[in-house]
Design a protein around this ligand. Structure first.
Ligand SMILES: *Cc1c(COP(=O)(O)O)cnc(C)c1O
Length: 326
């Protein structure tokens, strides 16, 4: 299977910029560059726009009439999926794994502007995928043809979208004559991390990919990233074999729980805003940047090295957790 022959529903404005962060770099003593996937544009941007280009095209090919996915109340993924469904002429169902706090803001507000059908299911975090499956079964019983998108859009198609994003990045660093020592990315449902890693294999690039998990334990991430890379490899009938130490996940930056702010993430959000005028979010990229800063301070990233931070978006989440970011 050639990637170029896969159906694709255009959503994102590509290529996203590759920016220098000179003032942050000067403070940290490493050169930090940023891949601006917060600027994918569609429906307020973020990494899900890339994944949804392939997922929506697959849904349309299967004649589905609605996209169904799950997440937290401030899910960027539910917001972007709902918007993509609308652009493709479909209905959208968002399954929330907890009840809303009562405040209508951030992503939760955008979901309502989009007219997504919102389902509240108190789910144990281990059975969230089952809950979304059950909602789809109910919809089928009502004569609908739902397309189930797993949490975070982390499927082989989502992975493939990030393999292409690596191709885009490698072209940019070639044009800018940059040599990267590491990529740092937020690891959530693991598809973005898996896609970047698979992309490095696909394009024969040795740049290590460091994932900063914001929810799952390290072991679970290692297993998920490896599984997703293998699923994409099998589907594409390509050799994307991982070596033992290829999947790198740091789990020291989650704090109390997913979507609970940490002092380091709050500081990182303010620091990047005040040095570079760039907004990170409290749930994902703020914690990932806190990880990057700590790994520099610990010497994991040597002074003078060049580190790419892959900004995956999430700005609407700022408005969902205002007191977490000031
Ligand atoms: C979903 C999301 C992530 C995590 O990506 P995964 O592919 O789920 O690991 C990171 N940052 C933001 C802003 C997101 O919305």
């Amino acid at each position: 299977m050639e990637i170029s022959s896969l159906p694709r529903f255009p959503l994102a404005t590509l290529p996203t910029p590759l920016d220098e962060l000179p003032r942050l770099s000067q403070e940290l003593g490493v050169r930090v560059v940023m891949k601006r996937d917060d600027l994918t544009g569609f429906a307020m941007g973020g990494n899900k726009a890339r994944k949804l280009e392939f997922l929506v095209a697959d849904a349309l090919e299967k004649n589905c009439d609605m996209l169904v996915t799950g997440g937290g109340v401030q899910s960027n993924h539910i917001r972007t999926t709902a918007a993509a469904a609308r652009k493709a002429g479909m209905d959208a169902v968002g399954v929330f794994f907890s009840s809303p706090s009562g405040e209508v803001n951030g992503n939760f507000l955008l979901d309502q502007i989009l007219g997504a059908e919102l389902v509240y299911a108190e789910a144990d975090k281990h059975e969230t995928e089952l809950v979304v499956q059950r909602v789809c079964e109910d919809l089928r019983a009502q004569g609908r043809n739902p397309y189930l998108i797993p949490v975070g859009g982390s499927t082989k198609l989502g992975v493939i979208s990030y393999m292409l994003a690596v191709g885009e990045l490698l072209e940019q660093i070639r044009a800018q004559n940059l040599s990267l020592d590491a990529v740092v990315v937020t690891t959530g449902s693991c598809g973005t991390h898996a896609g970047i890693l698979a992309g490095m294999k696909f394009y024969n690039s040795p740049i290590p990919v460091h994932g900063i998990t914001v929810s799952r334990a390290r072991e679970e991430c290692l297993e998920r990233v490896a599984r997703l890379v293998n699923e994409a490899a099998q589907f594409l009938e390509r050799e994307l074999a991982l070596n033992e130490n290829d999947v790198i996940v740091h789990d020291a930056y989650i704090g109390e729980a997913y979507a609970k702010i940490t002092p380091a993430a709050r500081a990182a959000i303010q620091r990047v805003a005040r040095l570079e005028g760039i907004f990170l979010d409290p749930v994902y990229t703020g914690k990932a940047m806190a990880g990057l800063v700590d790994l520099v301070e610990r010497g994991t990233f040597a002074p003078g090295s060049t580190i790419l931070f892959w900004h995956t978006g999430g700005a609407p989440g700022i408005f969902g957790f205002p007191l977490d970011v000031i």
